[in-house]
Design a protein around this ligand. Structure first.
Ligand SMILES: *Cc1c(COP(=O)(O)O)cnc(C)c1O
Length: 716
């Protein structure tokens, strides 16, 4: 098949097999399939790394002679063809529950899922962290399960920043243009063959927006982009950076996502049954839907009711800074040309974004706007649901907090994305192929119990070895790039020990996530790290927000922990946390730490990723762990009690953390039977898989969204 963009692979000398693979490279479906990565990496491991794991780029840059050579390799051909055959089949498969969705949701009336970030794959840098991972995992499960869904996001010119740490471990941010031409994306064209462009008024200017498509299995992800020659320079930067820029840029982005997003769907001829706002960033979409209703002649009350019947909203954080608010002046300047279009008085409009509609001084909040116009609102864990009902109580002054109509759907992870190939192979043998689709199988516990100790332990050892090798190669490459001295570069090959209990902590470096607990008593932590018989090692990663100096200081404190034991290589901090690093870490670590200040972790998902790889959680009782924790499936740090003083709370939780590591985690890991196997440890691993995997996954989550939120069957 010829690609419309006329890439090199379309030329006649490329064997047909690779033209088919180039089509496959244009759909991220490959990224969560068995052998998906290997079929592309097998073309050239070095080019694969150099391409940033982008198979489209890899194929365009590989000399045709290499492709011709592989084309005659029967083993390679068989693997590639099997992958291609599965692709064709997957794109056509029918959803087992499609019938039940009719007539509410159908390909003609899909769910439209809006998010400011999507972490589909490391080669598509339009994400920052957990919100993006959750959004992308939602799309992947929608594709696997055949839920008709389209997604809308933004294509950032420079993505999120790249992180450089200097010698003092101070973070610097670096921004580079994304090579758009190399991405597996395509301009969306209308029925007449010309590219679709939508226009909206921001400030007093008409801003034109291009629409791109990314294929995520059967789900199209439409990305909006203002970086066009026919826009003014400042407007070209509206979609410049994810979570960068000032409030002007932010409101411009959110107008583009919300209003531009609805217009793009209309230009595509789509009539979504449901608009799902994943976080408040896209909430301006409600105004655009209201404008459509008013323009069609509906009176305001009816127009509002109709918008409400189509919108649902998921809120993701109790942290105040996570809820965008825009000052009245900013609203006035940026929406000046939109009010008249909308056809509502300015004050009426502004009241939609306030907790107290009549308070003319209150800034405009995206969360109140989303809540007012959504027929269903949910938090992302049971605990977070409770927190939300308190937090947004004043929007329902006549109710008690317990009866505030905000529910919860607990987050999950897309298991095929996060489970390592070797783990999937082990589960294939013992749980039966297709186990990812049957995680709620009542026989799953018995099958997990039947996995022999030797095989389960070998899985853990293999994954830990992979991680150690990957960390060494990564550290070496970083040191070479930074032109470090030869000795320091060589030392990268001695980082970590594949036999040592490996503990991971990687996520955004935000204060409430309390990476700082690790260094609160650095002497005690050093004792754990340097124990001659039973040491631990720490692998850490995460970016601090560019404006968050307090978080940057924590990175420096960690570096101080590292210095006295530099030679041992038992504390490694990896720059530029991204999806590829996240995969190694959640797959290779024996223990995953989660230490938020309660109740600020709405859910957290990274701990769920380790479960599918036989890792164990050590976590504070917050977010998902409140629902997941049992006495036998991991460890809990501290208890439910929160004392109002953050400092004494931190001290108590740090004490609890060191205590659980010293008295339970370390001894259990190093207690081996005559075969050298930590049988007690494996019992816990089995309990973790059996009790957590069936629930904390996005297939369960998506079914719950569909039944309770999209179809709203809770309310009859
Ligand atoms: C899973 C993931 C996160 C989210 O981690 P939390 O524990 O929910 O904070 C952030 N960043 C990346 C790259 C991830 O893969």
């Amino acid at each position: 098949m010829l690609m419309p963009d006329g890439g090199r692979a379309a030329s006649a000398i490329v064997p047909p097999l690779f033209r088919e693979l180039r089509v496959l490279a244009g759909n991220y479906w490959w990224s969560w399939q068995r052998d998906g990565t290997e079929v592309f990496r097998g073309i050239s491991p070095t080019r694969w790394e150099a391409s940033g794991h982008n198979p489209r780029r890899l194929l365009d840059e590989t000399p045709p002679a290499r492709l011709t050579e592989l084309d005659t390799d029967p083993q390679y051909r068989a693997r590639a063809q099997s992958l291609l055959a599965r692709f064709t089949e997957a794109m056509q498969a029918r959803a087992p529950w499609a019938e039940r969705l009719q007539p509410h949701i159908s390909p003609e009336r899909p769910v439209a899922y809006f998010s400011a970030e999507f972490a589909v794959h490391e080669s598509l840098p339009i994400y920052a962290g957990g919100l993006g991972v959750l959004a992308a995992d939602h799309l992947k499960s929608a594709s696997d399960l055949g839920l008709p869904l389209v997604a809308v996001g933004l294509l950032y010119r420079q993505g999120y920043f790249l992180q450089d740490l200097d010698r003092s471990a101070w973070q610097h941010e670096r921004y580079v243009d994304v090579d758009r031409a190399a991405l597996p994306i395509e301009r969306v064209v209308g029925s007449d063959g010309t590219p679709i462009t939508v226009t909206l008024m921001i400030h007093h200017r008409a801003v034109r927006v291009s629409v791109w498509r990314v294929r995520v299995g059967r789900v199209p992800l439409y990305l909006l982009d203002t970086n066009r020659d026919d826009n003014e320079e400042r407007d070209r930067w509206i979609t410049g950076h994810l979570y960068g820029g000032n409030q002007d840029t932010r409101i411009g982005q959110e107008l583009t996502l919300g209003i531009g997003g609805v217009r793009a769907l209309r230009a595509l001829g789509l009539t979504p049954a449901i608009f799902h706002m994943n976080e408040g960033h896209s909430a301006f979409l409600t105004l655009e839907l209201l404008r459509e209703e008013l323009a069609a002649g509906a009176p305001l009350a009816e127009a509002r009711a109709r918008v409400r019947s189509q919108c649902v909203f998921t809120t993701h954080t109790p942290v105040t800074a996570g809820h965008d608010v825009f000052g009245v002046e900013l609203m006035d300047t940026h929406l000046a040309a939109y009010w008249p279009e909308l056809g509502l008085p300015r004050d009426e409009m502004l009241s939609f974004g306030r907790r107290r509609p009549e308070d003319a001084w209150e800034p405009f909040g995206m969360t109140p706007l989303a809540i007012r116009f959504a027929r269903a609102v949910n938090g992302v864990s049971r605990r977070h649901g409770e927190v939300c009902r308190e937090m947004w109580h004043d929007l329902w002054p006549e109710r008690t907090p317990a009866t505030v109509p905000i529910r919860h759907v607990t987050n999950g992870i897309h298991v095929p994305t996060w489970s390592a190939p070797v783990a999937r192979a082990l589960f294939d043998r013992h749980l039966g192929t297709g186990w990812e689709e049957r995680l709620d199988d009542p026989d799953l516990p018995a099958k997990v119990d039947a996995i022999p100790d030797e095989e389960l332990w070998e899985l853990r050892n293999q994954l830990r070895r992979h991680l150690v090798a990957a960390v060494r190669a990564y550290a070496r490459a970083t040191r070479v790039r930074n032109a470090e001295d030869a000795e320091f570069i060589a030392a990268a090959d001695a980082l970590l020990d594949p036999e040592v209990l490996t503990i991971g902590f990687a996520r955004r470096i935000a204060i409430y996530k309390r990476l700082s607990l690790l260094v609160r008593d650095s002497r005690r932590m050093l004792r754990l790290l340097t124990d001659p018989e039973r040491p631990i090692q720490l692998v850490l990663a995460g970016k601090a927000h560019p404006f968050d100096n307090e978080a940057k200081h924590i990175l420096q404190e960690l570096a101080r922990l590292q210095q006295p034991i530099e030679r041992l290589g038992r504390v490694v901090y990896l720059e530029n946390y991204n999806l590829a690093l996240a995969r190694w870490l959640v797959q290779g670590c024996d223990v995953w730490l989660n230490l938020p200040r309660r109740p600020l972790e709405a859910s957290g998902t990274s701990g769920q990723k380790v479960v599918a790889n036989g890792g164990l959680n050590v976590s504070v009782l917050d977010g998902w762990w409140v629902e997941g924790a049992r006495a036998d499936n991991g460890w809990t740090v501290g208890d439910h009690v929160t004392d109002g003083n953050p400092d004494t709370q931190d001290a108590a939780d740090a004490e609890a953390l060191y205590h659980v590591l010293e008295s339970e985690v370390v001894p259990l890991f190093y207690t081996r039977d005559t075969r050298g196997i930590p049988v007690g440890w494996l019992t816990r691993v089995r309990a973790s898989i059996k009790s957590l995997l069936p629930f904390f996954n996005t297939h369960r989550m998506l079914r719950e969204y569909t039944e309770r939120v999209y179809l709203d069957s809770d309310r009859g």
